[in-house]
Design a protein around this ligand. Structure first.
Ligand code: NAD
Ligand code: MG
Length: 386
């Protein structure tokens, strides 16, 4: 009998993590959850550890002492903390695939170490390739492993590209819901609060990505991630607003044919595609029902409404450290917006300010990108408190 695929999840207690747990639970004959990691919330990790009897748990930033922490988990479960714990998990011999679903770029180093240990990677954390795609994609090839895109748009493109050669691709068309402010008068943008921006009309997601979706910085990050995942030129990437989030993205071939991937706006479809890849098995959620009324609308994005998307395309065209700077400034801006230090309209202003202020360079190593990221964060922080 074929061995089960052994999985580690970084960000197991989050929105992607919880959906992945549902997939693993439903496909227990194919998948085994071996290790999990989370930020600081112990209770959801403890629940997962008990249900799956996982071998190792990392609590990155534990709220209690190590001894008190250990008591929260089964006695057979190894408990680790911090970056050391994450690196330990991703390099374990008894793991085949790592699902990376931590917000931001915290999991950059664990991602690199997992590739070096020849693990298969299912990548939900889009910020990682935005920052370091230039270095990570060659590592995937060098270590002859696979990187499976878990974000719904990239997973859609990945499925539409199946069996095709890259020279036959004219362009990709990345769909975007347009978020909750698609039709809000621009004059009302100055009053938008974080409590409100975090509510997405179609998707149930974590706080940062929900705010990124409302500004379309999320789509900007996805465009940059797609450039690295599928080795495309900036002009081969188009964004189209599709408010229903049913078509998750499309590939247009040189002959004019366009392939699309459709499913309800629910991450379980993309996550299952990655965890079971290349197998297909019964899905865990109901798919579309075409006997019921269904409309699919499209329109071009308006940069006056979504300046963060324009800034992301600018950063992509500039290249070098510009995408990493865009990402770092956006992360600082969203955190400051949540803390009520800056307004909603300040988010793109802060990104633009940081991109203007920074010396954009061709990075020669991942370390050079990390330095640019830190400098961009410092400059952005200063702006939020000035
Ligand atoms: P979330 O806020 O719901 O969950 C984040 C998870 O990361 C939590 O489990 C948290 O405990 C954990 N975490 C935080 N810091 C950590 C650390 N230092 N070490 C280990 N774990 C840590 O976020 P989410 O919505 O699940 O998004 C996760 C990633 O997936 C993001 O990069 C996001 O852009 C991407 N993504 C999410 C969705 C979605 O539908 N939620 C879709 C596409 C892509
Ligand atoms: Mg997405």
């Amino acid at each position: 009998m074929e061995r089960k695929r052994r999985i580690a999840i970084l960000g197991a207690s989050g929105s992607i993590g919880q959906n992945a747990i549902r997939v693993i639970r439903a496909h227990a004959d194919e998948l085994e959850l071996v290790a999990i990691a989370g930020g600081s919330r112990v209770a959801p990790l403890s629940e997962i550890a008990n249900e799956f009897n996982v071998k190792e748990v990392t609590v990155f930033d534990p709220p209690t002492s190590k001894d008190a922490l250990k008591r929260e988990f089964p006695s057979s479960t190894e408990v680790s903390t911090g970056m050391k714990g994450l690196l330990n998990i991703v390099t374990r011999d008894d793991i085949d695939m790592v699902l990376i679903a931590v917000v931001g770029t915290t999991a950059l180093q664990p991602c690199i170490e997992a590739i070096r240990s020849n693990k298969q990677i299912a990548l939900a954390s889009k910020e990682i390739l935005v920052m370091a795609g230039e270095f990570i994609m060659p590592m995937i090839r060098e270590h002859q492993t696979v990187l499976l895109p878990t974000d719904s748009e990239h997973n859609a493109i990945f499925q539409c590209l199946s069996g095709e050669t890259s020279s036959s691709v004219e362009k990709i068309i990345v769909t975007a819901s347009g978020g909750r402010y698609l039709d809000t008068p621009l004059s009302e943008f100055k009053n938008i609060s974080a409590e409100e921006a975090v509510k997405h009309p179609n998707w149930d997601m974590g706080q940062k990505i929900s705010i990124d979706s409302s500004t379309m910085a999320n789509k900007g990050l996805e465009v940059i991630e797609a450039r690295w995942l599928f080795d495309l030129k900036p002009e081969q990437i188009e964004v189209v607003i599709h408010p229903q989030s049913i078509i998750h993205s499309m590939v247009q071939y040189v002959d004019g044919s366009i392939l699309a991937q459709l499913s309800p706006p629910n991450m379980s479809f993309a996550i299952q595609n990655c965890l079971l890849y290349p197998k297909r098995k019964e899905g865990i959620d109901a798919s579309l029902d075409f006997t019921k009324a269904l409309s699919l609308d499209f329109r071009a994005p308006d940069y006056a409404r979504f300046p963060c998307l324009k800034l992301a395309f600018d950063a992509l065209r500039i290249g070098e450290t510009a995408p990493a700077i865009f990402n770092a400034a956006n992360e600082v801006a969203v955190a400051a917006f949540i803390e009520k230090q800056i307004s909603y309209l300040d988010i793109p202003r802060l990104i633009e300010f940081t991109l203007d202020k920074m010396n954009i360079l061709q990075p020669t190593s991942i370390e050079a990108i990390i330095l640019a990221d830190q400098e961009a964060r410092r400059i952005s922080h200063q702006w939020t408190v000035s």
